[in-house]
Design a binder for this molecule. Structure first.
Ligand code: NAD
Ligand code: TYD
Length: 343
């Protein structure tokens, strides 16, 4: 199968591309290479010619249509993804996540693509109630990121309902694992712990998220891409493993072998969702997928990846992401640079 992977130089997209190649598929990565896109994430695939790569913007209809032509399936990851950044620059999120998704869907329709997997998120449910959110739960997104993704999610559904485009929508919980951008909580906490910088826990530290290892997510996506008869369906993807921010910070410092005293409370995020939790029974029943990694084993393994790849995160923090880290986490960039200078 020839698969177009939009956003394939980012965290989940690059892990998905690696899995798809391993399973014998032809992969074309289409990515704008924003601050979040990184060629190093796909270097091992690109250099030996295992994938093709096109640098382009999902909002550029002509470039997207050219990339889509001849593909059997599209997995649409490309998006602006960080909640904190969406609070600072909502317009980028509306443009990339909503308009970019429209452009991808339109190209898929014109080129008669056989399957489009639209990567949505559990963030669009907003606060989960006493019970985990189901696929038919109401959508109450709280951040510009979540609201933009909600728009994209419903637009993707509308292309199935209106034009019969074979779209499947997935809403996954928080991912962790190799190549995750250091602006996200687990890599950020890991880097802080490694360089001896306080771990910035927002507010009470009691906000909870459901966590999945990126390999479990990408396995689910490949299964969804290949399964027959799911057109127009939406699937939550989750593990049932919910952790507070404080528990995450503690697990990270424990894995790195640093004192818990490094954990510090900072001002809360505006609109900070208290709890995200999904019911992922539907995907388990319909396609037989289930996660294979427990958080207790997966988290230390992910932390170890960052310990073993200091050049990767040092460059990300001090290069494309520099201004953002300097503004939000004073002292972190010099600490990272000092570590670089000392080896
Ligand atoms: P990421 O920020 O690591 O990667 C996003 C990629 O998209 C980058 O390579 C970036 O260069 C690219 N991109 C951004 N704007 C683009 C544009 N205009 N045109 C082309 N490419 C563009 O994000 P991620 O964590 O890998 O998330 C991937 C997808 O999964 C997103 O759609 C996100 O909403 C969704 N998702 C993420 C999580 C999570 O926990 N990370 C959970 C659920 C869903
Ligand atoms: P994040 O990785 O940004 O993902 P999301 O907002 O999509 O869930 O954050 C995960 C949790 O960690 C969330 O509750 C916010 C919290 N957090 C902090 O406490 N401090 C930080 O510096 C960051 C980036 C996140």
């Amino acid at each position: 199968m020839r698969i177009l992977v939009t956003g394939g130089a980012g965290f989940i997209g690059s892990n998905f591309a690696r899995l798809a190649v391993r399973k014998g598929h032809d992969v074309l990565v289409f990515d704008k290479l924003t601050y979040a896109g990184n060629m190093e994430n796909i270097r091992d695939l690109l250099d030996p010619g295992k994938i093709e790569f096109v640098q382009g913007d999902v909002c550029d209809a002509r470039a997207v249509r050219e990339a889509v032509r001849g593909c059997d399936g599209i997995v649409h990851f490309a998006a602006a993804t960080h909640v904190d950044r969406s609070i600072l620059e909502a317009g980028t999120f509306v443009q990339t996540d909503v308009v970019g998704t429209y452009v991808v869907l339109e190209a898929a329709r014109q080129e008669n693509v056989g399957r489009v997997v639209h990567i949505s998120t559990d963030e669009l449910y907003g606060e989960s109630g006493p019970k985990p959110s189901r696929e038919d739960s109401p959508l109450w997104p709280k951040s510009p990121y979540a609201a933009s993704k909600a728009g994209a999610d419903r637009l993707a559904y509308s292309y199935h309902a209106t034009y019969d485009l074979p779209v499947v929508i997935t809403r996954c919980v928080n991912n962790y694992g190799p190549y995750q951008h250091p602006e996200k909580a687990i890599p950020l906490f890991t880097i802080c712990a490694l360089v001896g910088h306080p771990l910035p826990v927002y507010g009470s530290g009691r906000n909870r998220r459901e966590w999945i290892h990126v390999d479990d997510h990408t396995e689910a996506l490949l299964a969804v891409l290949r399964a027959k008869g799911l057109e127009g369906e939406t699937f939550n993807i989750g593990t049932g493993e919910r952790k507070s921010t404080l528990e995450i910070a503690q697990a990270v410092v424990d894995a790195v072998g640093k004192p818990r005293g490094l954990i510090s409370r900072v001002a809360d995020r505006p609109g900070h969702v208290k709890s995200h939790a999904v019911d992922s029974g539907k995907i388990r029943r319909r396609i037989g997928w289930k996660p294979t990694r427990r958080f207790a084993a997966g988290l230390p393994e992910a932390v170890r990846w960052f310990v073993e790849h200091p050049a990767w995160w040092r460059k990300t923090v001090t290069d494309a992401g520099r201004a953002y880290f300097e503004e939000r986490y004073p002292g972190l960039v010099p600490a990272v640079e000092k570590l670089g200078a000392s080896g």
